[in-house]
Design a binder for this molecule. Structure first.
Ligand code: IPD
Ligand code: CA
Length: 326
């Protein structure tokens, strides 16, 4: 099968946006219902691998709706989704177009009524992310992107805006960065300790100033609680970097396209030089780092500036051993 053309992708995007907005309505109703139920005993919140890995009936309901709509509209397309994978079906990637979906990204926020949860609808073609839609119904923020066609933010009250929202700024070093990190749902010491040590190194001052060895004293660290929205915020230019170990392809697929189209550089575990193409091993590698579009300067290209920051980042943080399949 030939790769999807630019105009086919445009049509798919229009259709996917409608799907995302319909899913958003279910999320808003669900959020209200969960808060009402939380006042009584029956919350409808279930645990997956542990007590912080949450799923609600709305995650499943949204994924079922999305799967059904895709099957009807694009019967030849394959499907990868978080809840379908949780039920034991995570098919290998093929060259066929494949929707890659997180019905609710930021489920913990969703159940706590912290208004940063979204549906994340990515499309993979020939094993590369090519289209992304991220919709946060609580703020009515819609992020969209198509490979080679740019990415956009649509919000109430203002015309759709091309991303990034502002001209690219330079970034001299991590010490000037606002970074997003996430704690994730794997709370074993073997996973949490290297992450926490890395967060400390990113935030702390140098030893000479009473900090720690290798301290970078970045401007600050943030956790939005949704991988997709972290990617979107890097695309927008509100965050300089986002790093996470432990999320999955459905958390990041849409965000990768949106961030790349905004000039962002996406890579996976550790630093190995490449030009930012997201191959299958990065997409399914469960380790992600994204750096916003930077201004080059003084003989340094924008891409070289991003690679310099990635290198500095990976010299600062610890790697974490995780299973890429569970
Ligand atoms: C999670 C969120 C969270 C990230 C986790 C993801 P979920 O997805 O994106 O921010 O730290 O790694 O699994 O469970 O809310 O869909
Ligand atoms: Ca989810």
């Amino acid at each position: 099968m030939a790769p999807l053309s630019a105009s086919e992708l445009k049509d798919i995007l229009e259709w996917t946006i409608i799907l995302a907005r319909n899913a958003g309505k279910i999320m808003l109703e669900g959020s209200q219902a969960i808060q009402i139920a939380a006042a009584s005993e029956d919350t409808g919140i279930n645990e997956k691998k542990n007590s912080v890995d949450l799923v609600t009936e709305y995650d499943v309901k949204v994924e079922e709706l999305v799967k059904k709509e895709i099957r009807e509209k694009y019967p030849s397309f394959k499907f990868v989704g978080e809840e379908t994978a949780a039920a034991g079906n995570r098919p290998p990637l093929t060259d066929e177009p494949t929707f890659c979906v997180d019905p609710i990204d930021g489920t913990t926020n969703f159940v706590h009524a912290f208004p940063f949860a979204c549906i994340s609808l990515g499309l993979i073609d020939e094993k590369r992310p090519v289209l992304g839609v991220i919709y946060n119904p609580f703020l009515d923020h819609l992020y969209t992107g198509i490979k080679g066609q740019g990415s956009y933010l649509t919000r109430p009250g203002v015309p759709p805006a091309k991303l990034p929202l502002h001209p690219a700024r330079p970034l001299a070093s991590l010490s000037q960065a606002l970074l997003a990190i996430e704690w994730g749902s794997d709370r074993k010491a073997s996973v949490l300790k290297p992450k926490a040590d890395s967060f400390t190194r990113l935030a702390a001052d140098t030893v000479a100033n009473g900090g720690v060895e290798g301290g970078k004293m970045a401007h600050s660290l943030r956790s939005i609680g949704s991988a997709a929205l972290n990617f979107a915020m890097v695309a927008q230019g509100g965050l300089d970097l986002y790093w996470e170990i432990g999320c999955w392809e459905w958390d990041v697929c849409a965000g990768i396209v949106i961030a790349q189209e905004a000039g962002g550089f996406v890579t996976g575990s550790r630093w190995s030089p490449h030009d930012g193409e997201v191959t299958e091993d990065i997409l399914r590698g469960r380790k992600y780092l994204v750096v916003r579009g930077l201004a080059g300067g003084k003989g340094e290209s924008a891409l070289d500036a991003q690679k310099r920051i990635v290198k500095e980042f990976y010299e600062t943080v610890d790697d974490v051993d995780i299973d890429i399949n569970k």
